[in-house]
Design a protein around this ligand. Structure first.
Ligand code: GCO
Ligand code: MN
Ligand code: MN
Length: 400
């Protein structure tokens, strides 16, 4: 890690490589193009991005094949780019924990990649992904993300959604075999999104993806890469999404950013929106001791120049660390602990000598059916969640 810019404070929220923060090359490299306007920032080379992020305390970068190697690059160009990039990694100690394929930018994928109605396009998507997997593995990646940007429709007249699911399954089964056959140490992480850039995308939420995973030939190799924005767009609670993924042992990767519900994918700086939601997310990741990368998939406002991009990156990491400290405060707060202890007493309460958890046998079933419950007494006592939430809010607002 080289010299941290003096613009940023050196305090307990200063990011360090051991915090395992990563950024996509495409995130800080985003030149500020949108559907209505041209780029507002110069294109930055991957080598420069690696050096700058290293100064800010990041652990590594993640990439699509085309973020590093242009689609039309000759073998000689590819070798040179790869040599320079590896040089920057070696110089800074930065890692590439995750790689993925761009199956959405090239016009040939306008109708889909793995789910395209054209079998030659599906073949091209497989070939491009295998080459991109080789590249990722060469750079040390152990997670491979699948985001189906063009795997969707504008009109259901064009495709039977059952065929889309079948084709996507066939592609993933094929690619799992490819990884096994080559002896790669690589797991797949599926990223859902409800819409954009297609009118509707197949397998639109992490819940859909999770159910789909268990229909694959090698479900153990495949997990999830949920993104804050993609689940907040349709109004879901992201912590519930991540909680289910964690509980199933399927949180293989995560895309952190900020988003207002019901809008296009805003890709805002992490914790710049819905700080309470971000707090509960950090709490979940930290409480579960999840050991994955804290990856940011977001970009700086289009209003920003290059300095604004580094501010965006630095503050993404800083906000995570501030929220992590708030989580520690939450756990240490005596009043919060008291409410949680009372809750835990209720959680372990016995019912006629049975409980607190229930496993079926005939005797237990008969005992529960015959027990005389005091439903009125049970209903009478409140849960103190107004106070619990206010205390949490006060921790977040900095007065506790
Ligand atoms: C998006 C997605 C992408 C993917 C990326 C990696 O909405 O554009 O979030 O940024 O995460 O392609 O697979
Ligand atoms: Mn996104
Ligand atoms: Mn993403």
């Amino acid at each position: 890690m080289s010299q941290r810019p003096s613009r940023y404070p050196n305090d307990k929220f200063t990011p360090r490589p051991e915090d395992h923060f990563t950024f996509g090359l495409w995130t800080v490299g985003n030149p500020g193009r949108d559907p209505f306007g041209h780029p507002v920032r110069a294109v930055m080379s991957p080598v420069k991005i690696v050096h700058e992020l290293s100064k800010l305390g990041a652990y590594g970068v993640n990439l699509h094949d085309e973020d590093l190697i242009p689609f039309e690059a000759s073998p000689a160009e590819r070798d040179k780019i790869l040599r320079d990039f590896k040089g920057a990694l070696a110089e800074t100690g930065m890692k590439v924990p995750m790689a993925t394929t761009n199956l959405f930018s090239q016009p040939v994928f306008r109708e889909g990649a793995f789910t395209s109605n054209d079998a030659q396009v599906r073949a091209l998507a497989l070939a491009k992904t295998m080459k991109s997997i080789d590249l990722g593995v060469e750079l040390g990646a152990s997670t491979y993300v699948f985001w189906g940007g063009r795997e969707g429709v504008e009109t259901n007249a064009s495709k039977d959604p059952r065929d889309a699911v079948k084709r996507f399954r066939e592609a993933l089964n094929f690619l799992c075999e490819y990884v096994r056959d080559n002896g790669y140490n690589l797991k797949f992480a599926l990223e859902a999104k409800p819409n954009e850039p297609r009118g509707d995308l197949f397998l639109p939420t992490s819940g859909h993806m999770l159910a789909f995973i268990y229909t694959l030939d090698h479900p153990d190799m495949v997990g999830l890469n949920p993104e804050v924005a993609h689940e907040v767009m349709p109004g879901l609670d992201f912590s519930h999404v991540v909680g289910q993924a964690l509980e199933a042992g399927k949180l293989f990767h995560i895309d952190l950013n900020g988003q207002k519900p019901g809008r296009y994918d805003q890709d805002l700086r992490f914790a710049s929106e819905d700080q309470k939601g971000a707090f509960f997310l950090v709490k979940l990741l930290e409480d579960s001791r999840w050991d994955g990368m804290r990856h940011f998939d977001s970009h700086a406002y289009r209003t920003e120049d290059e300095q604004g991009v580094w501010d965006f990156a630095y503050y993404s990491m800083r906000s995570y660390l501030i929220l992590k400290e708030k989580v520690a405060r939450f756990h240490a707060d005596a009043d919060i602990r008291e409410i949680l202890a009372t809750l835990e007493k209720r959680n372990t309460a016995q019912t006629g000598g049975l409980g607190p958890s229930f496993k079926y046998d005939k005797k237990t079933a008969a005992a529960l059916k015959g027990f005389s419950f005091d439903a009125t007494g049970l209903a009478a006592k409140g849960y103190e969640y107004e106070r619990l939430d206010q205390l949490t809010t006060e921790v977040l607002l900095g007065v506790r």
